[in-house]
Ligand binder design. Structure first.
Ligand code: MET
Ligand SMILES: [Zn+2]
Length: 768
């Protein structure tokens, strides 16, 4: 019999129950018992749902109050002293590590004051994990037994589960050394941590678990010999010391370049991702030894499309023909953590579009159907209905727009190139804008106050008319413009008060996008996002941002930047299509934005910023040809969007992640870019940019913190940069938009920033 498996299920609850209870707990409005009760309910419902759908291998320990990697740090006592010294309850220690903690006593004195551990993206997903942070003082030992507790919780409900843990090599690899131990290589702790894993495995075995899913997702990255050897060492150790069967799981890519580490590895079975890397099947089949099982991940854990059951069944069949049905498992490609919980919660989708989708709950059913089919059960009706849905989506008028497809085909180099090279544009723009040295600007958004959110909600609900709402937005724009004039910024913005979200706002106005009402996916901790969905060919029926920009420009003599979200960011922060390649989707977005850029220009907007904060995260996980191909089409899409303007129009772009190669940025050919620099103190890093020919704004202060940055801080920062970076290309700005900030700190910080820039102007006057 072919078995069915799920690698992990979303833990947020169908109606964001987890977020509600944890946030209430943080505010003191829910007790620890409330937290536990909600978590038990969520876990129980998830397990029962999978059991009812006939899943053979149901995960446990996939639940977490904040982050599963953080839970593991806690379990192995990888807790920096600054958190452990307060003697907090276990859950509070976990939360303090995840999100920081400030507590005052009755007199208002700070008794606890710690910042959060670093949080980073989980591979190429939009989930963020809390980075294990090791120090030479780390005392590795077991702290509690969460995986065992969760296993027993399921067992008490009569459900046998397969506990899941992130494996030791990935856990160490994804971690980092703490400030006090910078020369510590986390991987050097391998031999110390293996016995702890083993102890947990043995406890699970004693509790009744026969099988464990151990995730080593780093096997899809470029690994060194040493890292591959660590895998070999770890799993040989477990083989010797533990009786439990281990399924070693990877996802999000191909393992083929690291196959040498997996060949002859003494584990009970492997799980691989055949959604992201279908081509690896023959290679991985060649290393499965006589008794090992292969879990074939064919139901996408990263997207929301209905599975093509016939196609998936064919992939699994191939494995069955080689290994026999008893050694093959049908599975989700990865944990379903990255998908919304249940399509049944969507009430506003049209029937046609709804039929395109499967959320986590539906995906569980798909896994089960494929297994049933392979086991000879009668699922003809379900397979026929599925085939009809797949066919309907392919030929739907929503997915196909011949005009858009033609337009993409007609893209050529000329269309994607500015008329003159930057050196000439620079001269022309210098005359047009007459900006001082160290021109000051911001990244676009200003504080999204409660008032703004209230009025937007009223407008959405219909209790505020569109005329009233428009007036309100204009008054917000005016407030932002007057403030910027007052502190004497050089290039102004309208403040983006009309935008709910930088992608959603444009997505809602583009043809080819769909939106959910409840399609929440965990981004980090209690923060969930509802990514828009690209369902079809994309185009722009009418102008999206011109009205606000033109209004802002009409009330000031200074230049106001038009503000758009770039094609790559729109693509990356949405669920993309799986029936059209990402490059095509990016180019369609590029063309739609090109229309907007040209409308802005025609309406008299002389500076246009096209934000690409997601450019860096789209970079493929592995180096090599795939990565350069990505940069080529990403840059092309950006230039399609921006290159249609006249030489005298100035194109800006903005990236939050600054560990971008200057060559990547160069390929965009923007006149001015702003990069995050507030947290970088590395002179080598800035040296990389000194030959970057166009202008750069080095984000000078961290907008994620409410701290007010002083004039002195700005001055020092600018001085260090000026050691390597030329004054004449130097713009001055914060490192991102200000929408999450309050006006109080925004006003003070920006005023200090302008003052600092002015002082430098005098000092460097000879370089103007
Ligand atoms: C995450 S990048 C944000 C850029 C956008 N223009 C803003 O200022 O909010
Ligand atoms: Zn940003």
């Amino acid at each position: 019999m072919v078995k069915s498996a799920v690698l992990g299920f979303p833990r947020i609850g169908p109606n964001r129950e987890l977020k509600k209870v944890t946030e209430a707990y943080w505010k003191g409005n829910a007790t620890h018992d409330d937290l536990i009760a909600t978590s038990k309910e969520i876990k129980k419902n998830n397990w029962l749902l999978q059991q009812q759908q006939g899943i053979d291998i149901i995960p446990s320990n996939d639940f977490s109050f904040y982050d599963q990697v953080l839970d593991l740090s806690y379990l192995f006592n990888v807790i920096p002293k600054r958190y452990s010294e307060y003697d907090l309850a276990p859950i509070d220690t976990v939360f303090a590590m995840g999100r920081g903690l400030q507590q005052n006593d009755d007199q208002g004195n700070k008794v606890v004051d710690v910042t959060a551990l670093e949080m980073v993206k989980w591979f190429d997903s939009n989930y963020h994990y809390v980075r294990p942070t090791f120090s030479k003082n780390t005392n590795l030992k077991l702290n509690g037994s969460k995986p065992v507790d969760d296993y027993l919780e399921a067992k008490a409900l009569g459900i046998q589960t397969r506990p899941v843990l992130l494996g030791p090599v990935s856990f160490l690899y994804l971690g980092k050394a703490d400030k006090d131990s910078l020369d510590l290589d986390p991987l050097s702790l391998l031999s110390e941590i293996l016995p702890l894993y083993n102890e947990i495995f043995n406890q699970l075995y004693k509790a009744g678990a026969t099988e464990i899913q151990v995730d080593e997702p780093i096997l899809v990255l470029d690994l060194t010999e040493k890292e591959r050897n660590a895998i070999v060492e770890a799993y040989n150790y477990f083989h010797k010391n533990s009786q439990v069967n281990i399924t070693l799981a990877t996802y999000f890519g191909t393992v083929v370049p690291n196959l040498s580490a997996l060949k002859d590895l003494p584990v009970a079975g492997f799980h691989f991702d055949f959604v992201r890397a279908p081509d690896q099947l023959d290679d991985v089949l060649s290393i499965i030894s006589d008794k090992q099982t292969l879990s074939v991940g064919v139901v996408d854990g990263r997207n929301i499309w209905k599975n093509d059951l016939a196609k998936s069944t064919a992939i699994v069949e191939k494995a069955v023909s080689k290994l026999g049905s008893d050694r093959v498992i049908v599975a989700t490609s990865s944990s379903l953590l990255h998908t919304p919980v249940d399509l049944a919660n969507e009430t506003k989708l049209s029937d046609e579009v709804r039929d395109f989708f499967s959320f986590a709950t539906q995906k569980v059913n798909e896994v089960s159907l494929i297994a049933n089919k392979l086991n000879g059960k009668n699922v003809t009706k379900e397979f026929e209905a599925n085939a009809a849905s797949i066919k309907a989506r392919k030929s739907s008028s929503i997915t196909n727009d011949a005009k858009v497809q033609e337009r993409v085909k007609s893209i050529n180099e000329k269309l994607a190139q500015r008329t003159s090279p930057f050196v000439e544009r620079e001269k022309i723009q210098k005359d047009v804008f007459k900006l001082p040295l160290f021109p000051t600007t911001t990244i676009g958004s200003f504080p999204q106050t409660k008032d703004i959110r209230i009025n937007r909600n009223k407008f959405v609900k219909g209790t505020l008319s569109s005329e009233e709402y428009e007036k309100f937005i204009q008054s917000e724009i005016e407030k932002v413009i007057r403030f910027q004039e007052e502190i004497d910024l050089d290039v102004l913005v309208h403040g983006e008060p009309e935008r709910n979200d930088m992608v959603q706002y444009f997505g809602e106005q583009l043809k080819g996008y769909a939106f959910t009402t409840n399609g929440w996916v965990q981004s980090y901790g209690s923060r969930y996002v509802r990514p828009p969905i690209i369902v079809g060919d994309l185009s722009r029926p009418k102008a999206m941002s011109v009205k606000e920009s033109v209004y802002a420009q009409s009330i000031t003599k200074k230049h106001v930047k038009g503000m758009l979200t770039g094609p790559i960011t729109c693509l990356r922060w949405s669920f993309p299509r799986d029936d059209v390649d990402q490059q095509t989707q990016a180019l369609q977005l590029g063309l739609a934005l090109r229309d907007e850029v040209l409308d802005l220009e025609a309406a008299g907007i002389k500076i246009i910023q096209v934000d690409e904060p997601a450019l860096r995260e789209g970079l493929p996980l592995r180096a090599g040809p795939e990565r350069s191909a990505y940069m080529d089409w990403a840059a092309l899409a950006f230039r399609v969007a921006t290159a249609g303007v006249q030489d005298k129009t100035q194109i800006h772009s903005h990236f939050c992640y600054s560990d971008l190669d200057p060559n990547h940025i160069k390929a965009l050919d923007a006149d001015v870019v702003s990069i995050e620099f507030s947290k970088k103190d590395d002179p080598n890093y800035i040296a990389e940019f000194k030959d970057y020919p166009n202008h750069i704004g080095l984000g000078l202060y961290d907008i994620h913190s409410p701290r007010v940055a002083s004039k002195d801080e700005f001055t020092t920062k600018v001085e260090t940069i000026l050691d390597t970076y030329p004054a004449k290309r130097f713009w001055v700005n914060p490192d991102c938009g200000l929408k999450t900030r309050d006006w109080y700190e925004t006003k003070l910080s920006l005023a200090n920033m302008v003052e600092a820039a002015k002082a430098f102007r005098t000092k460097y006057a000879d370089q103007a």
